[in-house]
Design a protein around this ligand. Structure first.
Ligand code: GLN
Length: 193
């Protein structure tokens, strides 16, 4: 696979995504400023971290409009955790939305303080059972038309896809020692575009 993938690198867990994709044979570039968005790339990763900070940095760095326009136009995106919050059209416990390109309603920090972080295994679409690590994770409360639910844990939606936007509440980049299925699936999405 010789796809070139852009990984948003303004804050959060981007290095783990770069390692995971590089190990699968993809070339990765870090997206740190508006000029980086001009490159010919097969897909983008929006990593976990802190969505409020990421949203502010994206605006301050002049990256917001460029990212939003290409995502809305069909650029393949793998969005994990905070990345999923950036894509959500609506946040049930926050007034501030970001790209709002995916018709999902997301609850931030949805598992509360007690269960802030946990690891489990669950079915993920056609990929079978995969490991899922949650860190102060959101979940999807509602999906709009055209959104495919890919995974649920305890009755809560934790993964969904809308066209080329793949949104996960958990962190597959932290579980690559056990499974690289999600990153392989994303690279396939980028190839098929
Ligand atoms: N709690 C973070 C937020 O609301 C997301 C957590 C994560 O990305 N691991 O932005």
């Amino acid at each position: 696979m010789d796809a070139k993938i852009g990984v948003l690198a303004v804050q959060g867990a981007f290095i783990e995504h770069i390692q995971a994709l590089t190990a699968l044979g993809a070339e990765c570039v870090e997206l740190r400023q508006a000029a980086d968005l001009q490159q010919e790339l097969a897909g983008w990763v929006l990593p976990g971290g802190e969505s409020t900070v990421q949203g502010k940095l994206l605006r301050d760095l002049g990256m917001y409009d460029g990212l939003r326009a290409k995502i809305a136009a069909g650029m393949p995106v793998l969005a994990t955790c905070a990345g999923m919050i950036l894509l959500a059209e609506k946040l049930s416990n926050d007034d501030k939305v970001h790209f709002a390109t995916m018709p999902i309603t997301v609850r931030r920090n949805a598992y509360g303080r007690q269960l802030g972080s946990f690891r489990t295994h669950a079915d993920f679409g056609a990929l079978g059972t995969i490991p899922m690590t949650f860190i102060r994770a959101p979940y999807i409360e509602k999906v709009g038309e055209g959104v495919q639910v890919l995974a649920q844990v305890d009755g809560k939606i934790v993964a969904a896809q809308y066209g080329n936007q793949l949104a996960l509440a958990f962190h597959p980049e932290l579980d690559t020692f056990e499974s690289t299925a999600v990153h392989e699936y994303f690279l396939k999405m980028c190839e098929d575009k």
